[in-house]
Design a protein around this ligand. Structure first.
Ligand SMILES: *Cc1c(COP(=O)(O)O)cnc(C)c1O
Length: 398
């Protein structure tokens, strides 16, 4: 094998083995396509796990970043800067939330959300034994707090003890949530659409009942929109399709258009009654380069009518996947919303994904039996057609 294999062998000498990587060394991207270092083109239906919403090599986005690099990339949070103000104003506008704290990743946004919820409860009763209810099959990140609320035992076990007082319920089973509520419950945390866990959308009735319970008992509703938010489900945030509003929400992945950023946002009620000066901080979070990326991403969403586009192309993707699901006995069902879709198989999907990769289509799994579709939000119908043609061949030949 050529150059690519050499690089892969080199990588395996130096990187910690925490991933089973695809045997591809990527070089560059253009629109919805990626290219490896040997020049092979791939149609990308993963977008770096839901990150590259606007596709690759977006000139306007890149120029905005280059401009900011030449001015200032970091200030620390002891100073104000203009990009952080602009990015926060934009995020407030599209989310209807009131206060923003910028982080460098999704897991950090979850950590902040947990701290805000605990502090809110602490200020109410002075106690330090509050509980959080999270969902089985959820994914919230790999740091100790985020891991503690992640509903997958295999991810948690070796690292215990994690933060305590976490209880688990089942998504879309309101009785299981009620059964975990005690007078110590300070927050209920869930992904509006579960991503890693297998693409499970929260049902309307379930989420609205959880919201009603939270309102009644002054329990904070925390919605993790890190994967399902930022337009992917056909609205800026997936919860906006329900009659609910979170007290705290998290975003990351697509919000930075490819830059490593995240944020947790809250209502004024929580903002005024939780984290105060000295309670939380970050060296890099909200730096001018990251915030220039967020601001430009949000401007481009607006200018290019990304939300409207996802609503229509998402519907088309759904129809085409439904069609494929009827054609093959090995497909159990399609699940998902907008451009966050999953095809559930009755067997492991690894060989289908590998076959697709050979044929120039990048896909990813969610668990062993689900193929996950998280394309850049700018894909059009012809990209969906190209994808489904390759997928059919891959299913047949795998
Ligand atoms: C990816 C993800 C996270 C963690 O984000 P990182 O940036 O990897 O720390 C948390 N929650 C959800 C729903 C995610 O998809």
């Amino acid at each position: 094998m050529g150059k690519m294999q050499d690089y892969i062998e080199e990588a395996e000498q130096v990187l910690l083995h925490t991933y089973n990587r695809y045997q591809i060394v990527l070089d560059k991207g253009e629109g919805v396509h990626l290219y490896d270092i040997e020049g092979k083109e791939y149609l990308d239906f993963v977008s770096g796990i839901g990150v590259f919403a606007l596709g690759y090599h977006n000139e306007e986005f890149n120029s905005a970043l280059k401009e900011q690099i030449d001015k200032l990339t970091h200030t620390s949070n002891y100073f104000y800067n203009i990009p952080v103000i602009e990015a926060a104003k934009k995020l407030k506008e599209i989310s209807g939330m009131d206060r923003v704290f910028f982080t460098n990743s999704g897991a950090e946004a979850i950590e902040g959300a947990i701290k805000a919820a605990r502090k809110y409860a602490y200020l109410k009763d002075g106690k330090t034994d509050h509980e959080i209810i999270a969902m089985e099959h959820s994914f919230h990140g790999r740091t100790m707090g985020a891991l503690a609320v992640t509903g997958k035992k295999a991810y948690r076990e070796a690292f215990e003890p994690l933060i305590g007082n976490i209880r688990f319920a089942n998504l879309n089973d309101i009785e299981s949530v009620k059964a975990q509520i005690t007078d110590k419950t300070c927050a209920i945390l869930l992904e509006t659409v579960q991503g890693e866990g297998g693409i499970y959308p929260a049902e309307k009735k379930f989420l609205e009942e959880v919201y009603a319970i939270c309102q009644k008992k002054d329990i904070l509703l925390i919605l993790d929109e890190i994967q399902c938010g930022m337009g992917r489900c056909g609205s800026y945030f997936a919860w906006q399709r329900y009659s609910v509003k979170p007290d705290i929400m998290t975003t990351a992945k697509a919000v930075g258009g490819g830059m490593p950023v995240g944020a947790f946002l809250m209502t004024e009620k929580v903002g005024a009654n939780s984290l105060k000066a000295g309670d939380h901080g970050t060296t890099y979070g909200g730096n001018p380069l990251a915030c220039a990326a967020i601001k430009k991403t949000l401007d481009l969403f607006e200018e290019n009518h990304i939300i409207e586009h996802v609503a229509s192309v998402g519907e088309y993707l759904k129809e085409q996947l439904d069609l494929i699901a009827t054609e093959y006995d090995c497909i159990v069902e399609r699940r998902g919303v907008g451009l966050m879709q999953g095809l559930v198989f009755d067997k492991p999907v690894g060989s289908i994904i590998a076959k697709a990769m050979e044929k120039g289509l990048i896909l990813i799994n969610a668990g062993t039996d689900v193929i996950r579709f998280l394309p850049p939000l700018i894909i059009d119908k012809s990209d969906v057609d190209t994808m489904t043609a390759i997928l059919r061949e891959a299913i047949e030949q795998a």
